[in-house]
Design a protein around this ligand. Structure first.
Ligand SMILES: Cc1ncc(COP(=O)(O)O)c(C=O)c1O
Length: 315
């Protein structure tokens, strides 16, 4: 297998992020619960996207990009962090966001404003239209530009979460279960592939917060990332579990998600978000209630960030 360290990478975050035992919630839920603090990755408001962006923006730099495009919903955490990372590296971010969700200057849109980011809303539900618009804007600028897909979820971005499992495997606790939010797929695919490579036997549970076909998406990203790593490892749908936690819809808060946010805040002083991590943690609570975790097992919740969304989700 090709070592992850052989892929070009820029330094954006502070790694390793801490793994902490959640004493109060462990007692309350009757499980042995830990949290991986990827909300503390160290740039912007932190969050999962920095791990992907370290690989993606190294590729952009190597291709001589002056302008970086990306996309997502109006309150995309990924878009906000891409803007922060591009600014840090001296590239110009341009965000073409779907007119979907809260478009007022709140939450991540406020942070983008503070970074003097060029934000354009596109009234479409089809990302193909948006990628075509990126080409059209990029050509009109006459600059070398680089397109990062929604969520940074391509094979190269996925390597960021393969590397996260390598990091976890060196942090001293053997985890039986890893739980994360799944929005565009790269985080989950990286964790599931990483578990196969660095923590065999660990079960990875993806909590779906949108309605895309994540079984297909996760498999595809795992296989493409495995091909980049030149590993022959056999990947099937049995390598991960998925659960629908979308509730009323993408970026629409759910009752279970809101209750999970309060539970985490009240008991541990840690803030989840209504779009991803609150719903994902609600999925973990549901698994605990269904006794999916044995008393002897260690469970790791990956806090993928998103706090910016807390300030925009409630109209
Ligand atoms: C805070 C947060 N958590 C989780 C996710 C999901 O990660 P992925 O897009 O890699 O599935 C995202 C982005 O979509 C996010 O912003």
């Amino acid at each position: 297998m090709k070592a992850l360290s052989t892929f070009p990478r820029v330094s954006l975050g502070i790694f390793p992020t801490p793994v902490q035992h959640l004493d109060n919630l462990s007692r309350l839920l009757g499980i042995n619960l830990y949290i991986k603090r990827d909300d503390l990755t160290g740039l912007g408001l932190g969050g999962n996207k920095l791990r992907k962006l370290e690989f993606l923006l190294a590729d952009a730099q190597n291709k001589g990009a002056q302008v970086v495009f990306t996309t997502g919903g109006a309150q995309s955490n990924h878009a906000m962090l891409t803007a922060a990372a591009a600014r840090k590296l001296g590239m110009t971010p341009i965000l073409l966001l779907k007119k979907r969700g809260v478009t007022a200057r709140r939450g991540n849109l406020l942070l983008e404003h503070l970074m003097n980011t060029d934000v354009r809303f596109i009234d479409t539900d089809d990302y193909a239209d948006i990628y075509a618009e990126m080409d059209s804007v990029g050509r009109s600028l006459g600059a070398v530009y680089y397109k990062i897909p929604c969520g940074g979820s391509n094979a190269l971005g996925t390597l960021g979460y393969v590397d996260c499992v390598r990091e976890i495997s060196e942090q001293g606790v053997r985890f039986d279960h890893i739980v994360c939010a799944e929005g565009s797929g790269g985080t989950m695919a990286g964790l599931a592939l990483g578990a196969k490579l660095f923590l065999p036997g660990t079960r990875v549970h993806g909590m779906m917060v949108d309605t895309d076909p994540f079984d297909v998406i996760t498999l595809r990203l795992m296989r493409e990332a495995a091909a980049m790593l030149e590993t022959e490892i056999r990947i099937t749908g049995d390598d991960f579990s998925l659960r629908d936690m979308c509730g009323p819809g993408y970026a629409k808060p759910s009752e279970e998600g809101n209750a999970a946010i309060r539970l985490m805040a009240e008991n541990e002083g840690i803030f989840l978000d209504p779009v991803y991590t609150g719903k994902a943690f609600a999925g973990l609570i549901a698994l605990a209630r269904e006794r999916a975790f044995a008393a002897s097992e260690n469970v790791l919740f990956v806090h993928t960030g998103g706090a910016g969304g807390l300030f925009a989700a409630y109209d």
